[in-house]
Design a binder for this molecule. Structure first.
Ligand code: PLP
Length: 395
């Protein structure tokens, strides 16, 4: 079989064997509806309650504060639209977010802007970090919500979440964070960190696609997301996806165990990857070197198109990602790369490699040599690189 190296764990992850094993009985013998009162139903109910308990414990929350959703996007939508709907009745029609959020947050904010809300987009610096003072200065009398991502999915930067949460509370504003990329990489305790709402997704932490949660602190009580039955305390109707929920609980449990040890191991591999790739002439690291997710490496190799990088690496058995225009699905390179001030030419040559604990040192070596070879080949046919070499193009 052709050798494959999966280095796109920020896009999705493989369902792990323990997660799959935990799920299987809930397709077969434990198939009951958690709302039924006979034995199968009660078994399902018990498993559902247990899963909610496990996830709550891992986040420092209470079980009654965990709401299952179809994933990170749904949780983000609910937190933002729900808060907007609820607080606009009290005249609060202003939301604060950052320029480089996931589209699940940005497009929800844009939707609200078209519907009478005002949104302030906090900038990030050239390393992709938010200055908490900018959040403080943006808060107004009519601010309903501050939503800032815990860790960025493209460049991996980790934000000062506790500081931002403290500022929000000082001013009496709710704070939501999209922690989809952070879970399992940093230790999260919603109570200690003052997080009012948090989004999490299963498929980024070795559970299946289509399952996630919104943590909603007691007392917040957002409007119902789906009207219907009494599931999720009446707020999100629909028969629970029990196999996915059981898998999610197992994945959260595993992801939040021994985080420091796992992070240390992955960070060491990641740093070697970054150092190896920065040996490529004029390559640059995108995002902060230290305040970043342990598995995230994002570099720009000017003079090589992201699409060429991805397809050439794919041919060598490596799965990676890029924020170049061709791969971002629009005419422009990714908004995240532009937000840290990259010129289009530099953003077009971006390469994201997101590794995991399963990545090996040998794979890192292989990736480094493959990227070096592909970059050199790409630059040989690049008019931009030719101009740079002649000293014409100053970036
Ligand atoms: C993947 C991702 C999402 C979306 O989660 P889904 O479960 O795929 O809807 C949201 N935010 C971030 C930061 C992500 O990386």
């Amino acid at each position: 079989m052709e050798r494959r190296i999966y280095a796109d764990n920020a896009a999705t992850t493989k369902v792990s064997q323990p997660v799959l094993d935990a799920m299987m009985p809930f397709f077969t013998e434990n198939f009951g509806n958690a709302s039924s009162i006979y034995t199968e139903g009660r078994n399902a109910r018990r498993a559902l309650d247990g899963a909610r308990e496990t996830i709550a414990k891992a986040l420092g929350a209470e079980a009654s504060e965990i709401y299952f959703t179809s994933g990170g996007s749904e949780a983000d939508n609910w937190a933002i639209r729900g808060t907007a709907e609820k607080l606009s009745a009290k005249g609060k029609k202003h939301i604060i977010t950052s320029v480089f959020e996931h589209h699940a947050v940005l497009h929800t904010c844009e939707y609200l802007e078209k519907n009478g809300f005002e949104v302030t987009y906090i900038p990030v610096d050239d390393k992709g970090l938010i200055n908490p003072d900018d959040v403080k200065n943006a808060i107004r009398e009519d601010t309903a919500l501050v939503t800032i991502m815990y860790a960025n999915n493209e460049i991996g930067t980790i934000q000062p979440i506790e500081e931002i949460a403290a500022i929000c509370h000082e001013k009496g504003v709710l704070f939501h964070t999209d922690a989809v990329q952070a879970v399992g990489n940093v230790e999260i305790d919603v109570k200690k960190q003052g997080i009012d709402m948090l989004s999490l997704s299963g498929h980024k932490i070795h559970a299946q696609k289509g399952i996630g949660i919104l943590y909603m602190k007691k007392g917040i009580s957002l409007p119902n997301l789906i009207h219907g039955g009494a599931q999720e305390r009446g707020k999100r109707a629909g028969t629970e996806n029990l196999p996915a929920i059981i898998g999610l609980a197992k994945a959260v449990e595993i992801a939040t165990e021994n985080i420091p040890e796992k992070a240390q191991k992955v960070t060491a591999m990641r740093n070697r990857l970054i150092d190896g790739l920065l040996e490529i002439p004029m390559a640059r690291l995108n995002g902060d070197r230290d305040k970043r997710l342990c598995g995230n490496c994002n570099v720009s190799i000017v003079g090589v198109e992201g699409e060429f990088l991805l397809l050439s690496l794919d041919a060598k058995g490596i799965s990676a990602s890029s924020g170049s225009a061709c791969t971002s699905g629009s005419l422009d390179p990714s908004h995240v790369l532009l937000s840290i001030g990259l010129k289009h030419e530099v953003a077009h040559g971006s390469l994201r490699l997101s590794i995991s604990e399963e990545t090996t040192d040998e794979e890192i070596d292989y990736i480094i040599s493959a990227v070096k070879e592909v970059a050199e080949r790409g630059r040989m046919m690049s008019p931009l690189w030719e101009r740079i070499v002649k000293g014409e193009e100053i970036l």
